[in-house]
Design a protein around this ligand. Structure first.
Ligand SMILES: NC(=O)c1ccc[n+]([C@@H]2O[C@H](COP(=O)([O-])OP(=O)(O)OC[C@H]3O[C@@H](n4cnc5c(N)ncnc54)[C@H](OP(=O)(O)O)[C@@H]3O)[C@@H](O)[C@H]2O)c1
Length: 351
């Protein structure tokens, strides 16, 4: 298969660097261009990206010259088919639309377009059928390209774990998160604020966790878009001194009684027909040990693309099961999720 060319918007940030790392050697995609702010434009990537381990920096990307966002639709970039976006929301809104207008497929990590009715918000193992919104979007907007999004990093972990439980009829979900510092971006949380500490506030995070899963777990209705899943999510989000990997304590209330064994069975039996290069063979891994999952032990499962669940037990409320879910926030929760979406787009001939 001939590789298609891709670019990364916000390539010097926490998620942008993950994109560059994960795209290195990708069998279908070839990294063509890197974009960041005016602070970085015109400089070599190795000079402006604070890579976690310098030895992990792909040699070709290291020597690429970072471009300004003003150049996204310049003629030298016209061979690019997919723009992966890891920009701050304030910048992304206008730039992503401009890219879609210019004919690119924009695979975005950013929250600004996620809840827009004609923009697919996709976790392929759950709702690849929502990609049908692309046609609606293109027709409505008259764009040559389109925007597709993946969820917030905490939402992905929780939504994946909820999918197998949907068969029992979910009535209500409560979640308390323990989120890694890399989720706040490279400049993110100052070390003096997070070391020896827990910060019980992450701006807009609870709102995202309470809305995005309902769209993702909703149903695609012919002609009228997505009908949201019919339960409420109540979230409390916290930043903890962990480098990578979000951990979530989740309480699920069902319409009727569900046993611990039934919940475990649902997790174990969950399979997917998504078989592209980044798709993990097991999107959900059940950890049977009593003290798992843990970020250090489990975040890299399935090359960072699997979500681990464990400590499944009956809750104290009526018809309630509680458990812990864990996933890599910048891989499954961000760059890896976008790449997986792009692979599915290619496989289904949207690109
Ligand atoms: N971190 C996560 O786990 C995670 C997970 C899911 C989604 N997201 C979302 O992904 C996006 C990026 O997050 P991040 O954590 O990677 O942030 P980050 O580390 O702060 O990186 C931001 C990137 O955007 C560029 N940028 C900043 N201001 C700009 C401007 N005015 N014009 C052009 N480029 C600009 C930066 O370039 P310079 O280096 O040149 O400043 C950098 O490349 C955000 O929307 C975030 O909400 C993050």
């Amino acid at each position: 298969m001939k590789k298609i060319k891709v670019g990364v918007l916000g390539a010097t940030g926490s998620v942008g660097q993950r994109f560059v790392q994960l795209l290195d050697g990708h069998p279908w995609f070839e990294l063509e261009s890197l974009f960041a702010s005016e602070r970085s434009a015109g400089k070599k990537y190795r000079e402006v990206s604070k890579w976690f381990l310098p030895s992990e920096m792909p040699a070709e990307a290291a020597e690429m010259v970072v471009q300004s966002l003003n150049d996204v639709d310049a003629s030298e970039n016209e061979d690019i088919a997919i723009m992966f976006s890891a920009l701050p929301g304030s910048v992304a809104s206008e730039v992503e639309k401009r890219c879609a207008q210019a004919g690119y497929c924009v695979a975005s990590n950013v929250s600004v377009h996620r809840m827009v009715p004609d923009v697919p918000l996709v976790i392929p193992e759950i709702n690849a059928d929502h990609l049908a919104l692309i046609e609606v979007q293109k027709e409505k907007r008259g764009w040559g390209g389109f925007i597709i999004t993946n969820p917030n990093c905490s939402t992905i972990v929780m939504a994946l774990s909820l999918k197998p439980l949907m068969r029992y009829g979910i009535k209500e979900v409560r979640v308390s998160t323990m989120q890694a510092v890399s989720g706040a971006g490279y400049a993110g949380v100052p070390s003096m604020a997070i070391l020896d500490n827990v910060i019980p506030f992450i701006e807009s995070e609870e709102e995202k966790m309470e809305s995005e899963p309902l769209k993702i777990l909703g149903t695609m209705e012919e002609g009228s878009g997505i009908k949201n899943a019919a339960f409420n999510v109540c979230a409390s989000c916290h930043r903890v001194p962990v480098m990578d990997g979000h951990t979530e304590a989740i309480w699920v209330k069902f319409e009727e009684g569900v046993t611990e064994e039934e919940a475990k069975k649902a997790f174990k039996e969950f399979t997917t027909d998504i078989k592209t290069p980044f798709a993990p063979s097991k999107p959900i891994i059940l950890r049977e040990e009593q003290d798992r999952p843990q970020p250090r032990l489990d975040r890299d499962a399935g090359r960072g693309m699997s979500v681990s669940v464990g400590r499944i037990r009956a809750g104290r409320m009526e018809n309630e099961v509680k458990y812990i879910a864990q996933g890599h926030n910048t891989v499954r929760g961000a760059a890896g999720a976008s790449i997986l979406n792009a692979e599915v787009l290619m496989e289904r001939k949207y690109v």
